[in-house]
Design a protein around this ligand. Structure first.
Ligand SMILES: Nc1ncnc2c1ncn2[C@@H]1O[C@H](COP(=O)(O)OP(=O)(O)OP(=O)(O)O)[C@@H](O)[C@H]1O
Length: 276
């Protein structure tokens, strides 16, 4: 039988070291090869912490426990966390690409964009001619002018940097893209461009995507499955079905709020989902 699992997370908990506040609470879920998973949660519910933990870039002020395994059923299996131990692995860096919520985190402030893009492509072992073509492809696909290459990150807007980070992730064609609210800094046109680029990627069926957002519309547009979190706990994990009428489903309730008042922000109040 073909191996289809790409990531297994078991009993993952994360606590703030100082206060012992629980940020992620005993999360267990799996992601299949080429699955697009939307991680839906209100602000402050642990989306970024979850993505950073599975990228092994969890801040030192947090302590994680549980099991995180990539490619579990293959000879390339990589256990990045076992109980309380975090393992490092250079191999994994080439398989995963992280798009942070704040794109300035993705770039070195004191290097010009051209240098940084080339460096990343060199680290990923692309030849000189491949690098030139890939940078051209990045600019075209994100509709960015060539002049950005001569600029430092601080000279570019948040939206432009976000498009650079996403464009770079897309041309690297990693096995897994982990994206934290990738379109939140973008205007409507660029948001649509990015979502459509992800859709193109999905059609090629070569990439797995974990995408954190609070917007059910983005998840409905792109994803196969949704994992809903509230205060670090899993409250729903199911396949996307826009025709679903199950009134107990949080996804159904989110769609209703979105259709009624257009709000993408939500929270739980007395166990009920309300807009915020
Ligand atoms: N570096 C850190 N040090 C200590 N606690 C942290 C740190 N980062 C996050 N936390 C804790 O984790 C909680 C969840 O934060 P996180 O950024 O993961 O949520 P989020 O769902 O991504 O929020 P948002 O949608 O606003 O980005 C915070 O309220 C905070 O208590």
């Amino acid at each position: 039988m073909e191996n289809t699992l790409i990531l297994v997370v078991e009993e993952l908990s994360v606590n703030e070291l100082k206060t012992n506040k629980r940020v992620l609470d005993n999360l267990t879920f799996q992601v299949e090869r080429n699955e697009f998973l939307g991680i839906l949660a209100p602000s402050g519910s642990g989306k970024t912490t979850l993505l950073k933990t599975i990228m092994r870039i969890c801040p030192k002020s947090l302590h994680s426990s549980g099991l995180i395994t990539y490619f579990p059923d293959t000879k390339n299996k990589i256990v990045i966390q076992e109980k309380n131990n975090v393992h490092s692995s250079a191999v994994l860096s080439r398989e995963l690409t992280y798009i942070p919520q704040n794109a300035s985190e993705a770039f070195d402030p004191i290097e010009k964009m051209s240098v940084q893009l080339k460096e990343t492509l060199t680290e990923n072992r692309f030849s000189v001619s491949e690098r030139t073509n890939m940078i051209q492809e990045l600019l075209e696909s994100m509709d960015l002018p060539e002049s950005i290459l001569n600029k430092y990150p601080f000279q570019l807007s948040g939206g432009t940097l976000q498009r650079c980070a996403i464009g770079l992730a897309l041309i690297l064609k990693p096995k897994v893209i982990i994206a934290d609210e990738p379109t939140s800094a973008l205007d409507t046109i660029n948001r649509k461009r990015i979502l459509d680029s992800f859709l193109q990627l999905k059609k090629r069926n070569e990439t797995t995507l974990l995408l954190a957002t609070h917007d059910i519309a983005i998840v409905d547009y792109l994803c196969d499955t949704a994992l809903v979190l509230e205060a670090g706990r899993k409250i729903e994990h199911k396949k996307i079905d826009k025709m679903d009428t199950d009134s107990t489903s949080y996804l159904v309730k989110m769609r209703r709020i979105k259709n009624k008042i257009g709000s993408t922000f939500w929270r739980l109040k007395d166990g009920k989902l309300v807009s915020s």
